[in-house]
Design a protein around this ligand. Structure first.
Ligand SMILES: *Cc1c(COP(=O)(O)O)cnc(C)c1O
Length: 219
């Protein structure tokens, strides 16, 4: 299967999941997660209609971006943990940071002085090894409701604990949706290759798909 075939298939599955949940498929965006993928194959995804891309490392994208400049309608979002000392570089390279996971980082990004759309990453499973703000923490409230000079908080993002059966991720997706409703944000970035349909049924407005588009990543 080519990258274009994979994208077509995913779009069909996304539409099916949306209709099943009584949602309009048009309101859900597909982000192609292009970490570890070289420029040539990223270009194939662009040619197949993808405009939203997710990268998880500042340095990797800094290296690849010169060969992707001509993809003028592409939007590049950072979806991986960002160290404060790379905040400025990230704000230059990316059009949004979907993985803001602390007040400290938010303050740093806000102080750079350019308008920057962000998502707040929530650690719904309370996992030690994952980044993201804890569900019940006052920090989360402050991040979402804070009066930022430059940050535009668009929504919440999460990676639930990995489970073989995607159904088991459902309570975590539901939790993020309820959190979003309570905090008054509209966008929910949730769902990856193995569980995006469940995420859509639970209200995802953006799914982040890597493997199902580009194939297995070499480690
Ligand atoms: C790698 C990654 C994805 C995509 O994962 P796949 O299982 O390959 O679809 C989504 N979100 C984040 C934050 C990632 O790091």
């Amino acid at each position: 299967m080519s990258i274009a075939d994979n994208i077509l298939e995913i779009r069909k599955r996304m539409a099916r999941a949306a209709r099943k949940a009584g949602r309009d498929p048009e309101e859900i965006r597909l982000m192609a997660v292009s970490k570890t993928v070289e420029a040539e194959r990223i270009r194939e995804a662009y040619e197949a209609g993808i405009r939203l891309f997710g990268e998880n490392r500042v340095q990797e994208f800094e290296r690849k971006s010169p060969s992707l400049r001509d993809l003028s309608a592409a939007q590049w979002h950072l979806i991986g943990h960002l160290q404060s000392n790379k905040a400025k570089k990230a704000a230059e390279l990316f059009s949004a940071v979907d993985s803001v996971d602390s007040l400290q980082l938010a303050r740093k990004l806000d102080a750079i002085g350019n308008r920057l759309p962000v998502f707040i990453e929530v650690n719904v499973g309370g996992e030690e090894a994952k980044s993201g703000v804890a569900v019940g923490s006052p920090e989360l409230e402050e991040l979402v409701r804070g009066r930022w000079a430059n940050l535009e908080v668009r929504g919440l993002m999460t990676i639930p604990p990995y489970t073989e059966d995607p159904e088991e991720a459902r309570p975590y997706f539901r939790q993020l949706r309820e959190l979003g409703e309570r905090l008054g944000v509209k966008e929910l970035s949730m769902g990856m290759s193995h569980d995006f349909e469940v995420a859509i049924e639970e209200g995802a407005t953006c799914v982040r798909v890597g493997t199902a588009i580009f194939g297995e990543r070499g480690s």
